[in-house]
Design a protein around this ligand. Sequence first.
Ligand code: NCD
Length: 325
Amino acid sequence: MAKQLNHTKINGDFKGKDILSLEQFSPHDLKLLFAATDKTKKIAQNNTPTDSLAGTVTTLLFYEPSSRTFASFSAAIKRMGGQTVEILNPKEFSSVAKGETLEDTIRTFECYSDAIVIRHPEIGSAQKAAGAAFFVPVLNAGDGIGEHPTQALLDLYTLYEKFGRLERLTGVMAGDMLNGRTVHSLLKGLSLFKGNTSYLLSPKELRLSRELFAMFERRGMKLIEIESEKDMPKNADFWYWTRVQKERFAKIADYEKVKNRFVVTPELLKTYGNKNMILMHPLPRVGEIETSVDRDPRAVYLRQEMQNGMYIRMALMTLVLGKMV
Ligand code: NCD
């Protein structure tokens, strides 16, 4: 059966759908995914042998470097009993080196597999790949400065686990609002719910694009742009710190000017944090959270947040491939 048009809303049914953007999700879809993730979390924690994905093969096609997204997709699929074809750096190790187009590369791997997970440096590349695929669903593992939907799903799940809701939350998002795809996807997710406020802490050069800013405001989200830690609220439910995205700068001097303007230190947490908040980061960090903060129980980035990445991908792959968790 030919696949549905890409960018289709999930509408309660993940089977065969491309996963390209948080725009495809409704609160109900998130609820379904989180319920499945509660189950995959137990499967992983108890090492329960599971064959939900037995007989399926998923291609992981990563044109950009990755540790967590790549390894957690790979581990997630295997923990559910599925298998993977793994192509890291296709520019060097596939026919892309001979000049093959993205479209032909996608059509090749869909002949061998049941789904394709792609990470690519160009915004819109995952949409392009999904449009090229005749049969199999394509999952966006990061398209340039565009989106990173599975990261946002795990971040939303982490928030939901902690607070039991995704509405009326106040967050501080810091770092690279302009180029950070995880921020874009997470804000899209939060904008589905009422009463959310985000303080966006960044140098002016790294502000959210005016298009995205206007879109979130239209949706009723309260966005407060700040350029100094001194303007941080003390009642935030979460801080979402991010790296300045060096690889998106044309001139390295421009990166040097804005890198690590904001660093989480024990003092910053003491001054502006509160007992019940959590500190999140999609990782990798390159100095913007001091390691002395890592053992603070509120710091979830090296623990729950990262573990949830595998659980959510276990659930998502199973649902997209039309199987039961
Ligand atoms: C992020 C990414 O690739 O966008 N990493 C990740 O997948 N967790 C964040 C980043 O690279 O800064």
